[in-house]
Design a protein around this ligand. Sequence first.
Ligand code: SAM
Ligand code: SF4
Length: 446
Amino acid sequence: MKFHVTTMGCQMNVGDGDWLTRSLKSEGFTPAPENEAEIFILFTCSVREKPEQKVASELGRIADRHGHNPNAFVAIGGCVAQQLGTALWRRFPMVRLVFGTDGIAAAPRALARLCREPGLRLSLLDFTETYPERDQTWPDDRLPPRAFVSIMQGCNNFCAYCIVPFVRGRQKSRNLDAVITECESLAARGVREVTLLGQNVNSYGRDDAGDGVSFARLLDAVAAVPGIERIRFTTSHPKDLSDDVIARFADLPKLCPSLHLPVQSGSDAVLKRMGRRYDVASYRTLVGKLRRARPDILLTTDFIVGFPGETDADFRQTLALVREVGFESGFSFMYCDRPGTASEHMEPKIAPELKSARLAELQTLLDAQLAASLAAQVGRRTIVLVEGPSRRDGPAGPSWRGRDPGGRIVNMALPGIADATGQLIRAHILQAKKHSLIGETEADHD
Ligand code: SAM
Ligand code: SF4
């Protein structure tokens, strides 16, 4: 049968979607565009209100388009599935499978069973004690050069605003051997860059589920996998970023000089109410250490504006921190109440108009910093890992799209190369666009 995967939300969902696609292919299912598919798999997000509403509209849209087909059905994974569970069956009759993050390992078998037994509905919503290992027998297809590798599930931090610990359960680290086996298997299929994924990768190993290996040791082991040329990781909680991990930015050439280090706010008072357990001074200290370890490190972050009680002075401190740290870019969100979280009951709530005004001001500043950073790359030499053809051809014919070590997108023509996918190319940056760079091979330049 043909299936179509739609992914909303964070990179954990993207990683889960990629794994399920590989796994279903090895079970004989075929990935297809939405108009040809009969099984619709949705990875959902409930971290904020907007993505949660998107799930309902997506389900309505699928029902309108495919509801007439008696074989068509929907499987829902991710945070909304865990949160609403089998209530989704009642609201959306096309839904025949709901699975949480710990249930995904059993999803391929469940989908096969649903195809054989048309009257059946299934739910896979239990949390497990240990990391539920997933089948790794994939087809021998060549994979894209970049892949996500999950190293843990869940989170123990209970930041005041966050629903994740409720819908993804407590932290469970995966065993080192399983992570390395997956990296080797990906490298054998053409993967050159892995992004290690977890809600708080810096606390990898600090729970009862895994084998107790630290995140720094895991980085060493991944760097030793032949064929893997680049390593990234996300997400990092500042309170758990150890000196050992910072030292790896100096010691491991394969570890890319980029780090997503969500700060959320530049005000100590707000950080305290958020329950983040670091202050601005300690964040600043981390930035200093990172820059000493790797002067070219590119820092990105997350912000929440309009957290309950956020004053104008608090917000100005956030803007000041953005300028001081020189973040390359950041995801910024308006605070929204999530059910069951501590901040749901915190007052005073900030008026929606004020939240949007602050968001707009912050995004304008972040856009300006990104533009300045991209402009500063012009004239520099770098190495680009080519991911595939660019969306559009360049003036001189076909163009290829890849990333520099910092993660910036670089488009470039590569005359005479039939397929550059997966190659590491020495490049010279010619021009900065709004969100990307244009380069040429060093050979052209010399
Ligand atoms: N584990 C990561 C961390 O600690 O930074 C990220 C978790 S969350 C999936 C991604 C981002 O969503 C957070 O960094 C935060 O900025 C934002 N977020 C989470 N809950 C939110 C809420 N209730 N309202 C607005 N933004 C929220
Ligand atoms: Fe949510 Fe905080 Fe855990 Fe990140 S660390 S997932 S923000 S509770």
